[in-house]
Design a protein. Structure first.
Lengths: 373, 373
């Protein structure tokens, strides 16, 4: 992804630029892998937060989409998406009310549970509304966040399947390579463990007489390896559409497939050894700890074509760039481009982004940004 | 600030709640300090990002407001604010175009410069438009970001004052107590240094025959001490309107004056020793390094009334709370409240917030959130 001089000059910085052609190629490559393995692809929209890209994923062959929150799913429904899995325990009366409304607008809405309390509340609301919710049970395969441990999965699945207004059709999990800032293992290994644990969970649940339709796993790092195991029939990667430095450092993406850039203007060069760009912690994500290998040498984003520069200090609107060679060589008014460490949170900071397609730049609103509920 | 059970139950979480009455008291307290010292108060709107609160500050006696970006100032102008200082070097043709339009709508617009290149571009644009820009020169008093060093300030001021379409009326600075995550000094000491350096800068500039009208400094931590020095005639604090854990830890705010809370719902309790709330790095700011004293014991936010709990791991939509006592004691569906470490970035993550006023909750859009240009 290369922006020429006139394109850089046309940008109102600081901003995010997405290469639509490259995103399309990333979408197609993942779809091809899934198709070849006979596995469904249900991409997570948390990365792009835009119905435009979700539609592109479905048109390329995705079985539906994945959201994290009901408010995010509402935006996608408005954007024409019809088959949505909200892969996040749906808890809270306010959220259940919104899910009931949303279900009416979709061909298929799948909700998530990971506790009996959560399942019972969903069931009661569905009963009162005279409807049923399709649900999947989340299994923990090592992320230690939401998801029940393997040892209690079958008991909980049985209890859920006894609730009349819920239809338990699947199990799902999330496994990444990066926990608490530390990449702990390689993608193949993680995917093998993920597949094995999901197979065990499905088999334990089958032992209670419950036949599951959907076994879903696979993040951007583990997805491509996981679908080859044949132990899941759906993967839900998100970041693969644009990629970022994190995925590159994990060995599952390469720089030429990174379809996202920041552009920023140098606003101040008070001394030779540092300069300031027009974006800080309100523009660049900070959700990767700086002192964590392998990011320690890049800072909060990698400055393209200027390996001697580091963005490793920020205030709200100030990105302070230092030189490891004594002089930054930057000048006031210069526009630089940067590659984000984490694209999902980078896009979520923006109200709108620039799309670059057929060499033409245009603005697009990030419709689902900040959809937290 | 206390939310009762029925108020907590009315919230769609995760969310930010602001106590309007308490904010008003914080506004009045700072105004009183400024008035008593005969110093103007020009609050920074970066903290609240809402015209509603900016108007409240002006109605309480503020001389005008401060913004960081031209897009933020545009929102404030639409909201009825008429006297705005954009305290950030105004660099970039796109930004200058917007500033020219903005100036037509305001009684007073003050721009910032910290380089000759920046000043010349502003001057040329103003000349072409047949107008003049009022500008202030930024001085570095230790933040090492934007702002010229003291030793070159007078030369630059002279060069700027020779530009026909700029009117140099003041100097300004920003000094906080927290650089690179380390609180390095106390507020009184920092304010004294800030005042001394600004006095030296003004005097060096006066030596070139330039009489400045406005000497502006003072953040929330240094402002109250700085105005007592008599060495500035304007302060620009922002965070004081709501306060946060950072200001409390710096000894310049107390917990009873913190007018902001997060509310979050517990969505998952898979094991006794951890639980998951419905907000992560897309909701809670991460711009304070976790391993930095004095924040290391609180995590990314302090959980109210539950001192055994820590929010110190997050994914995009997951806040993973661990117990230092073995058991969290949390249950699925429970709503908890948290005090943010940094309120400015906390509010900037939200599309809207709840306002609590006279015991009534209502929604308010964060109009200038994500206004980065």
């Amino acid at each position: 992804m290369i922006l020429d001089k006139s394109q850089l000059a046309a940008l109102e910085t600081p901003c995010v630029v997405l290469d639509v052609g490259l995103a399309r190629r990333n979408i197609e490559a993942m779809q091809k892998l899934a198709d070849a393995a006979g596995c469904r692809l249900r991409p997570h929209v948390k990365t792009h937060k835009m119905p435009l890209f979700a539609r592109m994923q479905v048109e390329a062959g995705a079985a539906g989409i994945t959201c994290a929150k009901v408010s995010e799913a509402e935006v996608m429904a408005l954007g024409g998406l019809e088959d949505i899995f909200i892969a996040y325990p749906l808890v809270g009366a306010f959220r259940i009310r919104r899910a009931l409304e949303l279900a009416k607008k979709l061909k298929r809405l799948i909700l998530a549970v990971d506790s009996l309390a959560g399942a019972e509340a969903l069931n009661a609301a569905a009963a009162e509304a005279g409807t049923r919710f399709e649900v999947r049970l989340e299994i923990d395969t090592g992320a230690k966040r939401t998801g029940v441990p393997l040892e209690t999965a079958a008991d909980l699945a049985l209890a859920i399947s006894n609730l009349k207004n819920l239809e338990l059709t699947g199990i799902y999990t999330f496994k990444s390579l990066n926990y608490q800032g530390k990449p702990t293992e390689d993608a193949e290994l993680a995917a093998r463990e993920e597949g094995d644990l999901m197979e065990q969970a499905a088999s334990a649940i089958a032992g209670r007489g419950i036949i599951l339709k959907d076994i879903s796993g696979g993040s951007s790092p583990t997805g491509p390896a996981l679908l080859k195991t044949g132990k899941v029939n759906e993967i839900r990667p998100g970041t693969y559409i644009f990629n970022d430095l994190m995925l590159c450092s994990e060995g599952v993406a390469s720089p030429e497939n990174v379809a996202v850039r920041f552009a920023a203007t140098v606003v101040s060069c008070p001394r030779d050894d540092y300069a300031v760009i027009d974006g800080g912690t309100k523009c660049f994500p900070t959700d990767i700890a700086l002192n964590t290998a392998p990011f320690q040498y890049t800072g909060y984003a990698r400055i393209e074509g200027k390996d001697h520069l580091r963005l490793d200090r920020m205030n709200e609107e100030h990105g302070i760039i230092r030189s490891v060679e004594g002089k930054t060589g930057l000048s006031v008014g210069e526009v630089i481009t940067l590659i984000p460490i984490h694209v999902c949170t980078a896009i979520n900071m923006q109200n709108s982004v620039y799309l670059l397609e057929n060499n033409v730049l245009r603005r697009e609103k990030v419709e689902a940004r900040g959809m937290l509920v």
